[in-house]
Design a protein. Structure first.
Length: 665
């Protein structure tokens, strides 16, 4: 149904509107029409006789402008109109069209004074603010508001903007590009409000048929066409249309509210839509279980609890379920790219549990899989034919994880001040807690984002304050490529060669020939009297162990604060490392390069050294880290043993604890 054609053909459009209104017999609508109501209902016509050219010319002389095209053609069909939507009871005819008087214009201008707040308003804003002083009244009876035309806001097609303002709306004046657009919107509004009363006619039947076609389009991967159909039907208030539209939007925008005021509690929705709805509510801080959910069967209450505590597992049936289970295991250990490829391969096998489910929504509720389905991937998912429908496959979106390790040098995540990394060969990630976990640890913690882990660490306090050698790390774990696992933590204290106890030693005891690698990097900003701004130095440690013995280690410590510029860092070597880690080959380490560099060059040399170390680790051991999982995904975590040795005879230390005390009034 082309509404533009309808509004160009006013007679057919207005006749349809009038007859649908009469058939609906909406009592409130009849009452609003006052003395005109009985006649309009009897004649099944909400209009009046059309205006001749003489009346149109007289109205144009009164307002000082030629009427816009769509309003002029409308008035030729009916000189006025009743019930333009449910909140405009009567439109002006040619005899009533007139500019607002000055007092009324001034009153409504006050409603727009907010536009002038803040910086110097632009000419466009000032022009919009002055609209009321040139406005022409269009609405004779408007529910607690006003309806006007703006002859100063004219489009290329000669149409004037229409503004409607209700005091109860709280959103100010709403703008429409033309009278045609306004009437189109009011017709939709009439349908949307009457839909609650079960109105059925040719228009509603055509829209419902379009909804069914839209569902087929969505299953075939033509989601954009489906979205347009759903949006049109939703504007008319067709049952289920809004839900279909927002269930598409959940994949496109990341907004998982699903546009619902109450949970979708139908049995068919419990596997897909309800978990997503509940996840969105808990993200917004609603305490579990939701009061509506409390009155539901135990299985619904249990679902709400699992969503709230992060233990929910999306388990669709059929062949697609097998793909999802494997994808979930990959995502659990950081391989989000691999997880997405599995989900993508399984999509053609997905079957909807109900006609209102267009795609596997449950992916957006599972705490491990939600980060995997980015907006770009959500678009690819919707463009993939599923539920047995045929259609072209979309172009796959690129992987998110770069190869190797040197991307760590960009310091884009929580590791802006440094990080600790343990790589273990021949060991699954879940075993790392056995090898490196502190005695207080009881297995791996539930998967969490970096932000959640930061908050948890902050709430538990800084454990390093216990004593100088209690240097644990709260690390996230996953796979680092074929045959390798990793543990990773952000860090801000630099390594100390004299006190450091490399976790590579216990980690390498898991298998007779397995290796373990430790990389510890920090970036230290330090003031100096020889530079106008603080300089940033780079400290790092790398150690390699096999079978519980260190094969080689290198620690590079930056000079302490206050030392003279161009002083080379302290270098400590143990055993033998591959040639790529030779200090004389690293720009920020060799004495020659340090002596010849200024402070700016030193920062560049530090970054170059950092990248070279990371590239050497990746090349030597064939490892990589999942950047996306570390930045946005959820990973298991645990607290390690201390990375510093205990005190020896003759060691001295001082421990200072700062405690805030409440003041007494």
């Amino acid at each position: 149904m082309d509404e533009r054609d309808q509004c160009d053909n006013w007679t057919g459009f207005l006749r349809r509107w009038s007859e649908e209104w009469a058939d609906a017999q909406v009592s409130d609508g009849v009452g609003y029409l006052g003395a005109y109501g009985p006649t309009a209902l009897r004649q099944r016509w909400l209009g009046f006789p059309g205006a001749d050219e003489e009346r149109l010319t007289a109205a144009e002389a009164r307002i000082g402008h030629r009427l816009p095209p769509s309003l002029r053609s409308f008035l030729k069909v009916t000189d006025g109109w009743l019930n333009a939507g449910n909140f405009v009871m009567r439109l002006a005819g040619t005899a009533e069209l007139a500019p607002l008087d000055e007092a009324e214009a001034e009153r409504y201008t006050g409603f727009d004074d907010w536009m002038l707040e803040g910086p110097e308003p632009s000419e466009e804003v000032l022009h919009r603010h002055g609209m009321w002083h040139r406005a022409v009244r269009l609405g004779l009876e408007v529910d607690a508001g006003i309806l006007v035309l703006d002859p100063g806001d004219v489009g290329a097609d000669g149409e004037w903007a229409v503004y409607i303002c209700h005091s109860w709306s709280g959103v100010g004046a709403e703008r429409f590009a033309s009278f045609r657009a306004f009437m189109r919107d009011r017709y939709r509004q009439f349908h949307a409000l009457a839909a609650d009363h079960g109105m059925v006619n040719e228009t509603t039947e055509a829209l419902d048929a379009a909804l069914e076609f839209g569902r087929e389009e969505a299953y075939a991967g033509r989601w954009e066409r489906a979205a347009n159909i759903f949006a049109e039907a939703a504007a008319y208030g067709r049952p289920g249309a809004r839900e279909l539209l927002v269930r598409l939007d959940a994949f496109l925008t990341g907004d998982r509210r699903l546009g619902l005021y109450h949970p979708p509690l139908a049995p068919a929705d419990r596997g897909e839509a309800l978990p997503v709805y509940l996840a969105a509510q808990f993200e917004r801080g609603w305490p579990p279980p939701h009061e509506v959910v409390q009155r539901q069967p135990a299985e619904v209450r249990d679902l709400a609890t699992s969503i709230a505590d992060g233990t929910y597992v999306y388990e669709p049936g059929g062949a697609f379920g097998a793909f999802v289970a494997r994808a979930r295991e990959l995502a659990r250990w950081g391989d989000t790219d691999g997880a997405w490829r599995l989900i993508r391969d399984g999509l053609p096998h997905w079957e909807p549990p109900a006609e209102g489910i267009l795609a596997p929504l449950g992916l957006l509720a599972d705490p491990l899989l939600t980060p995997v389905v980015t907006r770009e991937r959500g678009r690819e998912l919707l463009a993939t034919p599923r539920a047995g429908r045929a259609g072209p496959m979309p172009e796959p979106v690129p992987d998110l994880d770069p190869p190797g390790l040197d991307w760590l040098a960009t310091r884009e995540g929580w590791w802006r001040e440094g990080y600790r990394l343990v790589l273990v060969e021949g060991v699954d990630p879940e075993r790392l807690v056995e090898l490196l976990g502190h005695e207080d640890q009881d297995g791996l913690a539930a998967p969490a984002t970096a932000h959640e882990l930061q908050r948890r660490r902050h709430e538990s306090g800084n454990r390093r304050a216990r004593n100088p050698w209690d240097d644990r790390a709260l690390m996230r774990v996953g796979r680092a490529g074929p045959g390798w696992s990793f543990a990773f933590a952000d860090e801000y204290a630099p390594p100390n060669a004299d006190r450091l106890r490399s976790p590579a030693i216990p980690a390498s005891r898991a298998t007779p020939d397995g290796r373990a690698v430790v990389v510890w990097c920090t970036f230290v900003r330090q003031p100096t009297a020889h530079a106008q701004a603080p300089t940033e130095s780079f400290s790092f440690h790398i150690s390699v162990a096999r079978g519980g013995e260190i094969e080689g280690a290198l620690t590079v410590e930056s000079p302490h604060h206050g030392t003279e510029p161009h002083r080379p860092p302290l270098v400590h070597r143990v055993g033998t490392l591959p040639e790529a880690f030779d200090p004389d080959r690293l720009p920020a380490v060799s004495a020659e390069s340090v002596e010849s560099a200024d402070s700016a060059d030193s920062a560049d040399a530090g970054e170059a050294t950092h990248r070279r170390v990371l590239q050497a680790v990746a090349d030597e051991f064939g490892v990589a880290l999942p950047r996306f999982a570390l930045l946005q995904g959820r990973l298991h975590s645990f607290e390690t043993i201390s990375w510093s040795r205990g005190p020896r005879a003759g060691d001295r230390w001082i421990s200072i604890t700062v405690q805030e005390r409440a003041s007494r009034e």
